[in-house]
Design a protein around this ligand. Structure first.
Ligand code: RFL
Ligand code: PHB
Length: 394
């Protein structure tokens, strides 16, 4: 089989790239290791930046998002038993975000691709990329029990942090930057209406907590826990009690989360990681395959979308104008945004979590930083601009 763009991975990056290329009349094949049900149910991110929302709409994938997504104009910060709201549109000249889960974005993109797009193969595990630095790269994969080869004009590794594409870049040209945090998140999904219509990020001596949502009747909640925590050690009651303790605020002393059946529970490690460059010959890396951020800044999914928007434009430009200028600039263009998001995610994470080894001095610095965000419109605007996301280049 031959295609113009061979896409490894059917997560948000691979699926959105396939859609953007299809809309421009460029053919692609998406190879996804897992089955459709698994990919559609995998609980992950929930916040779409303005630019991601705009891009999904422009790609013709925004219809259900506009019907069911929940536009949010701010977040609440809780610290030192106080509450402070960050008003996004007021601080950023009108920008906001949309709460619409990654599972739903993925379902919408899969449905479109299967309806009228190029091949999207599930249960197709890629084993390796050959000849990435030649004119005719190829992808080796196993599908229906047989090893097969897809030859391509370009290969795009959208295969996430544990994918194989990165491994096709020789060590001698690859640099990685990494930080692993000494804590994890315990995330739950609960059949309980969110008590409040915005997200709440809480800093407390007991550790970080986040209240977010999936719909008007389903809450998503996170607690900072020690790395290596077994979710089985946390009974539902212990989780709810701990969440209430971390969100406690003197602004509303009787405030409690509404409880309901817990339908999912998982521990997520926290990591920052960047692989540079994001291109080797005719192979490009996009999304988590090239970079990971801790989820405190809600940037992972949005960075994945931004990468493939930049890449689709570059591939279309190469076809239409015969110029590789944008493809040549791809890695640098993306990495500028990636490093901004890396910094913001690190900033949010270290400001809001309690490192088990941190001193009382460091706790006072965190509270001072939170106080600054609450007191200064300049500091709040810096947070709001990063959270709602910078405009895409060009
Ligand atoms: P994905 O979504 O990981 O998709 C990669 C896809 O590639 C497939 N794959 C392969 N396919 C074929 N052959 C192979 N050899 C393959 N190896 C892998 C995988 O099955 C998968 O379908 O990457 P993508 O598209 O770059 O999208 C990035 C986002 O998914 C990610 O940044 C965010 O979800 C990060 N993230 C979160 N971000 C947030 O902002 N808020 C969150 O609450 C949040 N929770 C999470 C997360 C990431 C998690 N991971 C990756 C462990 C929770 C988890 C568990
Ligand atoms: C989520 O809705 O799962 C979510 C929202 C914001 C974050 C992380 C996760 O910072």
């Amino acid at each position: 089989m031959h295609t113009t763009v061979g896409i490894i991975g059917g997560g948000p990056a691979g699926l959105l790239l396939a859609r953007l290329l299809h809309n421009a009349g460029i053919d692609s094949v998406v190879l996804e290791r897992r089955d459709r049900g698994y990919v559609e149910r995998r609980q992950r991110a929930g916040i779409l930046e303005q630019a991601t929302v705009d891009a999904l709409r422009a790609a013709g994938a925004g219809e259900r998002m506009d019907r069911e997504g929940m536009p949010h104009d701010g977040i609440e910060l809780r610290f030192d038993r106080r509450s402070h709201r960050i008003d996004f549109p007021a601080l950023t000249g009108g920008r906001s975000v949309m709460v619409y889960a990654q599972t739903e974005v993925v379902k919408d993109l899969i449905a479109l691709q299967l309806a009228d797009g190029g091949p999207l193969l599930f249960d197709a595990e890629v084993r390796g990329v050959d000849g990435a630095d030649t004119d005719r790269p190829s992808v080796r994969y196993v599908h229906e029990g047989r090893e097969q080869t897809l030859t391509c004009d370009y290969v795009v590794g959208c295969d996430g942090f544990h994918g194989v594409a990165k491994g096709a870049v020789p060590e001698s040209v690859r640099t990685t930057y990494e930080r692993v945090y000494p804590y994890s998140w315990l995330g739950i999904l609960a059949e309980a209406p969110p008590v409040y219509d915005e997200l709440i990020y809480a800093h407390s001596r007991r550790g970080f907590a986040l209240a977010t949502m999936r719909s008007p009747s389903v809450s998503r909640l996170y607690l900072q826990v020690p790395g290596g925590t077994d979710p089985a050690d946390w009974s539902d009651e212990r989780i709810w009690d701990e969440l209430d303790a971390r969100f406690a605020t003197d602004a509303d002393p009787g405030w409690k989360l509404e409880r309901g059946p817990v339908t999912g529970k998982a521990v997520l490690p926290m990591r920052s990681h960047v692989t540079e460059p994001m291109r080797y010959g005719r192979m490009f890396l996009a999304g988590d395959a090239a970079h990971i951020v801790p989820p405190t800044g809600a940037k992972g999914l949005n960075l994945a979308a931004a990468d493939v928007i930049v890449l689709a434009r570059a591939l279309i430009n190469e076809r239409d104008a015969g110029s590789t200028e944008l493809l040549d600039a791809y890695s640098d263009t993306c990495l500028r945004r990636v490093w901004r998001a890396e910094h913001f995610s690190y900033f949010m994470t270290t400001m809001l979590h309690t490192d088990p080894a941190q001193s009382a001095f460091e706790t006072r610095l965190q509270l001072s930083q939170l106080d600054r965000v609450a007191a200064s419109p300049h500091a709040a605007a810096e947070l709001a601009e990063n959270y709602t996301g910078l405009p895409l280049p060009g």
